[in-house]
Design a protein around this ligand. Structure first.
Ligand code: FES
Length: 176
């Protein structure tokens, strides 16, 4: 490498670095989430079977539930007719395209918004009910036949970062 090439590379390096310093503040101002970790950690260790809690994330509520063994068994027994039993039309990460709609059979995580007009659903013994037009969902957030809601509750993207600690993370995968 001759001296001229070396100088050119140095100038290019400074230019790229400078461009980064100049554009970063603008990106941060225009896109508030730029460079931030929007993930949310949820400890599920305090939930006994049958217990649940609601968490708030990215402006929406989510239900986090530890299902009982009886509830888990009911999800594979086709107790009631469902609109989208295989979740082929509904929104969830690929890992949740199963009867439990979750990574672990005992822990369900799902957005609270009814897929009809977005009301917050209420947890019940055997699933969820929408107070607005009475749509019923099972304990995996799958909508029951005859409901006004067209699709299953949306499941967010998440992963377990340790035994009972999961982390919600924004991801395009939730559109899968
Ligand atoms: S908004 Fe839930 S059934 Fe209409």
């Amino acid at each position: 490498m001759n001296r001229r090439t070396l100088l050119t590379r140095i100038v290019q390096g400074f230019s790229i670095t400078g461009l980064g310093f100049v554009t970063y503040p603008f990106l941060k101002a225009w896109v508030p989430s730029f460079g931030q970790d929007l993930g949310l950690e949820i400890d599920v260790s305090e939930l006994a079977p049958g217990e649940s809690k609601i968490v708030h994330w990215l402006g929406r509520n989510l239900h986090v539930i530890r299902r009982t063994n009886e509830t888990i068994a009911s999800l594979t027994s086709a107790e009631q007719p469902l609109k989208d039993p295989e979740s082929l039309e509904s929104a969830q990460p690929i890992f949740a395209t199963n009867a439990y709609r979750s990574l672990r059979a005992d822990i369900f995580v799902g957005f609270s918004n009814c897929t009809h007009l977005g009301c917050d659903v209420v947890k019940q013994d055997k699933g969820f009910k929408c107070p607005c037009h009475q749509s019923d969902y099972d304990a995996a957030g799958r909508v029951v036949e005859g409901a006004a809601a067209p699709l299953n509750l949306e499941v967010p993207n998440y992963r377990y970062i340790s035994g009972n600690l999961l982390k919600l993370e924004p991801s395009d995968a939730s559109d899968a």
